[in-house]
Design a protein around this ligand. Structure first.
Ligand code: SAM
Length: 212
């Protein structure tokens, strides 16, 4: 179903190399389709994906932001349910204040794909995901590509940094852990991020980070 919607709305995430995204999204969201209320997509292009999300999530309001205004206003859209703003994903103050009364069920980063932008934006925008919601980074394979400041195993890429999140769903275990030799507590106070990452899923081209 989502494949057809992406095609019809000409969402860029249905380009031939990303055809599998629709299946991944559909298996992730199939039980949540009727409960998602607010979705933000960073990186809009002409708005194909925003229009597709409107169709897929029947009660959702869909928000978008893009550094360039290419949003196609000639195509009809429901102005009560679709909102678009122009801005840069790396501008933390702008992003934190964007649609600032909204807690998002879903945030998707499909913008510059620069590995440092992906990580930095996640770090300040994850707090805008509501409890139980999910933050999704698309095209994480840019972490392997030099044009995007990536490289296999290169420190600082989105994938390398996001691997660190894998510890957090179990922070209670290691925060309480004694070092067997010294019987010292390894650490004490969990960080906000440790307390809030419920799960991290890496899949082909995408990373899903759920909030507790
Ligand atoms: C792949 S397209 C988005 C496609 C859209 N999500 C879809 O599926 O149809 C990437 C978009 O990100 C925007 N972009 C690039 N750098 C950005 C930045 N720093 N902040 C916000 N948007 C950016 C580009 O202008 C471009 O429209």
């Amino acid at each position: 179903m989502l494949k057809k919607i992406f095609d019809k709305e000409k969402a860029m995430k249905h380009a031939p190399e990303n055809k599998h995204y629709a299946d991944i999204y559909e298996s992730w969201f199939e039980t949540k389709r009727y409960t998602v209320k607010n979705l933000l997509e960073i990186g809009v292009h002409k708005g194909g994906a925003l229009r597709a999300w409107l169709k897929y999530f029947p009660i959702a309001t869909v928000y978008g932001v893009d550094i360039k205004d290419k949003f196609d206003r000639d195509k009809p859209f429901d102005r009560n349910r679709l909102h678009f703003a122009v801005g840069d994903q790396t501008d933390k103050t702008f992003m934190l204040n964007l649609y600032d009364d909204i807690e998002f069920d879903v945030i998707i980063d499909d913008a510059s794909h620069q590995v440092d932008h992906q990580w930095d934006t996640f770090n300040f925008m994850f707090q805008r995901v509501k409890k139980g919601g999910v933050y999704i980074v698309e095209d994480i394979h840019s972490s392997y590509w030099p044009d995007y400041k990536g490289g296999f195993g290169k420190p600082g890429t989105f994938i390398e940094k996001a691997k660190q999140l894998a510890d957090y769903p179990n922070y209670k275990a290691y925060k309480k852990m004694d070092d067997r030799a010294t019987h010292q507590l390894i650490e004490s106070k969990p960080t906000w991020m440790e307390k809030n990452v419920k799960s991290v899923v890496f899949t082909q081209g995408m990373c899903f980070i759920e909030r507790r």
